[in-house]
Design a protein around this ligand. Structure first.
Ligand SMILES: Nc1ncnc2c1ncn2[C@@H]1O[C@H](COP(=O)(O)OP(=O)(O)O)[C@@H](O)[C@H]1O
Ligand SMILES: [Mg+2]
Length: 426
């Protein structure tokens, strides 16, 4: 079978890598790919948002399954276009993707279907939002409706900050149209956890829980990033808690979507807060988390291609249970100095060839190939994964490899996975 993976980050490298173990897959293409994905797939020079060119490619090469990595092409309707052309594709369609692309849609959907989430109000004018902020408890959370590259959710510590955030979003349009509507919601306390699951429209199979580290520096300090590392599984989420999450959140979400005529196929990612009164949804994403999936995929024993095909073909109910290695995995992101702000690119990366550990893998993100050299080409450069009997050993393995890899200005957190169970500070 031939598979096309769309995207160019560490997440897509992890998908390609895992598909490479499938007995059924004999050729993998990746569009556009990066400097490392070429090791496991043929990179095709088509950008992830060029939907027409991607569909033409899939048709011409008779691709059996296309897998969409990032959210942007999903929100643009890549799945609708592929389906119109009778091309098999793994991912939710444009209507379903609103769960991620519109926070207002997601919150109102949760309200309609009694899915636990923070109490909230939606505003379309700054005057009303500012008025409301006089009466709320602080901290409070303000979220731009649309996609804002991970910067659209702000925890305001007092009314003054809340007003400034609302003005930034709604009047100064810091995030453009994404700030035309906003959500103001109550601040939830507890542990954050990511639950990714695969759905076929009616059945949903959760993957193991994971946790990521958003802030740039050790001790959860510094600006928010796309994610500086992740680990899996998460000790404080036991089988009972997973059952509860499935029963109260994942399944009702798929059922609710189905009742509204949305056939949700692909990845449903629930960002949760485990509060004193149970798990509550912070947000939904409609694709795998990056770098969470780099720590989850290595533990999955099932064939990823078969799992994705079952989702696309509405056959997950007969897929059986997912099987997992009884081990732990961790992914440490190596980034360019300055990330998530300004950074330079083009630095030569050395030490990649020294990775000879079977329980380690270096997923590439912002890298490109220049002849025989691999150079940096983005903020997040590499995701170094280690896997072992427990989290501590997995982290040791990952960090041992990190210390062998060098490029000018390389920075990474030294405390990935080191404080599981600690409440997230604000
Ligand atoms: N209601 C809330 N209570 C406490 N923290 C929150 C709340 N909503 C969001 N957060 C924090 O803000 C982060 C970003 O919010 P999220 O809704 O995931 O938006 P996005 O990922 O689109 O920026 C979350 O990971 C969480 O740490
Ligand atoms: Mg989030």
């Amino acid at each position: 079978m031939k598979v096309l993976v769309i995207g160019s980050g560490g997440r897509e490298h992890a998908i390609v890598w895992k598909l490479g173990f499938s007995r059924k897959v004999d050729r993998i293409y990746c569009a556009p790919g990066n400097g490392g994905i070429g090791g496991q797939a043929r990179c095709v020079d088509i950008k992830a948002d060029n939907i027409k060119a991607l569909a033409d490619f899939a048709a011409k090469r008779k691709i059996h399954l296309t897998v969409v990595g990032p959210e942007a092409p999903l929100a643009m309707g890549i799945v609708d276009e592929f389906q119109r052309r009778k091309l098999k594709i793994f991912g939710p369609d444009k209507a379903a993707t609103q769960l991620e692309s519109s926070k207002v849609f997601a919150k109102e959907f949760m309200r309609r279907h009694h899915i636990p989430t923070a109490p909230f109000k939606v505003f379309t004018t700054s005057a009303e939002a500012i008025g409301f902020c006089k009466s709320v408890q602080y901290p409070t959370v303000i979220k731009a409706d649309g996609l804002a590259a991970g910067k659209g959710a702000v925890i305001a510590k007092d009314e003054k900050q809340a007003v400034r955030v609302i003005e930034d979003m709604m009047e100064r349009r810091l995030f453009g149209e994404a700030g035309a509507s906003i959500v103001v919601e109550s601040f939830l306390r507890g542990q954050e956890v990511s639950i990714m699951a695969v759905a076929d429209g009616t059945t949903i199979l959760p993957l193991l829980p994971s946790q990521d580290h958003k802030q740039a520096y050790d001790g959860d300090r510094g600006p928010n990033t796309g994610g500086m590392g992740a680990y899996c599984p998460v000790g404080f989420v036991d089988a009972d808690m997973m059952e509860r999450i499935n029963e109260h959140i994942l399944q009702p979400t798929i059922n609710g979507l189905a009742s509204e005529g949305v056939n949700y196929r692909g990845v449903l990612y629930a960002g949760l807060m485990l509060t004193d009164t149970g798990p509550k949804v912070l947000e939904f994403n409609c694709r795998f988390g990056d770098p969470e999936i780099q720590a989850v995929m290595p533990l999955l024993q099932n064939d990823l291609f078969e799992l994705m095909m079952a989702a696309v073909n509405h056959k997950l109910s007969s897929f059986g249970k997912l099987n997992w290695r009884r081990e732990a995995a961790a992914c440490v992101v190596m980034a360019s100095k300055g990330y998530p702000g300004k950074y330079s690119t083009g630095a030569k990366i050395t030490g990649l060839e020294d990775v000879r550990d079977n329980n380690c893998f270096v997923f590439h993100a912002g890298t490109s190939r220049q002849g025989a050299r691999i150079v940096t080409s983005g903020g997040r450069v590499l995701g170094v994964m280690g896997m072992d009997k427990n989290l501590k050993l997995a982290l040791n393995r990952a960090y041992r490899q990190v210390s062998r890899i060098r490029f000018e200005g390389a920075m990474y957190r030294r405390d990935i996975g080191s404080r599981p169970g600690q409440p997230v500070k604000i």
